[in-house]
Design a protein around this ligand. Structure first.
Ligand SMILES: [Zn+2]
Length: 282
């Protein structure tokens, strides 16, 4: 085989590898793909003797971390989105720092204000209560979806964790026991209408895997759903003038006696279940 053909083949594979990485990093973090290519350029601009044997991955890691910390938050702010509190608010925190590191914690300033205001209101009845958030939106561009949440594309949507208690001690647990935040479900009990079962019956199979996957990492019997605190939180959001809609499973709406709250909706069979989190949007 001629040598130039081999070289071409290697070049095509390398290009494909970079393209796939670009795509994956963009889907996961929005900015990661661009930073991957920036790292490639930076690495080649630095003279060989000053590269300290850093790999492309190390260059990427340094650039990505620096931009996540210092570049993206102020830039997003100029363009209309703000990062949710990471360490600065004792009553509003990310469920996992991964949401922050992957740039999935950006919303419009008005929505950030809503979450912070409700967190303050919660302190009246539940001092020390913390609202933990999951996926919100990416820092830039309306119309850029934060997968797998297709609607999280405009800075106006956020997912929030329910309050859970330790079965034995009765005390609040921090966030959820799921390592990725989702999948800890307050399922419909006996006698409760299950919209999820109805959707599964209609062939919408992807409703359930989240729950089954989540339960691989924790024992559901160890946790109880804090009805009082969750009811209070949902009501506070539902009655906030800047909130337009909240997605919650119908059986929880009934269980928490929230039938009169007209902003509470079910999400439809084509979207993820909402008995492991609520979705709040402006
Ligand atoms: Zn959502």
């Amino acid at each position: 085989m001629p040598i130039y053909f081999l070289k071409l083949r290697v070049t095509v594979w390398v290009f494909l590898g970079h393209a796939i990485l670009f795509l994956m990093l963009t889907i996961l973090t929005q900015t990661g793909g661009v930073i991957w290519f920036a790292a490639l350029i930076v690495k080649h601009l630095i003279p060989v003797r000053f590269r300290f044997r850093f790999s492309q991955l190390a260059f990427f890691g340094i650039l990505y971390s620096m931009s996540t910390l210092w570049l993206i938050p102020p830039l997003a702010k100029v363009l209309g989105r703000e990062q949710l509190p990471i360490w600065s608010n004792a009553h509003v925190k990310p469920e996992s720092f991964l949401f922050w590191y992957l740039n999935r914690t950006y919303v419009r300033p008005e929505l950030k204000k809503v979450v912070e205001e409700v967190a303050v209101q919660m302190q009246d009845q539940y001092p020390g209560a913390v609202i933990y958030y999951l996926d919100a939106c990416f820092p830039f561009f309306d119309g850029f979806p934060l997968l797998p949440h297709l609607s999280h594309r405009d800075g106006k949507k956020i997912d929030l964790v329910f309050f859970w208690n330790d079965q034995k001690t009765g005390k609040s647990v921090q966030g959820t026991p799921s390592p990725y935040g989702y999948g800890v479900c307050a399922k419909a009990g006996q006698g409760e209408y299950s919209y999820i079962k109805e959707c599964l019956g209609q062939g919408y199979w992807y409703f359930s895997p989240d729950n089954r996957f989540g339960e691989l990492f924790y024992d559901p019997a160890r946790y109880t759903f804090d009805e009082e605190k969750n009811r209070e939180m949902v009501i506070r959001f539902a009655r906030h003038p800047d909130v337009g809609k909240i997605f919650i499973e119908p059986h929880l709406k009934t269980r928490l006696s929230l039938e009169k709250e007209d902003k509470l909706r079910k999400q439809g069979c084509r979207a993820a279940r909402h008995d492991d989190h609520i979705h709040v949007q402006m």
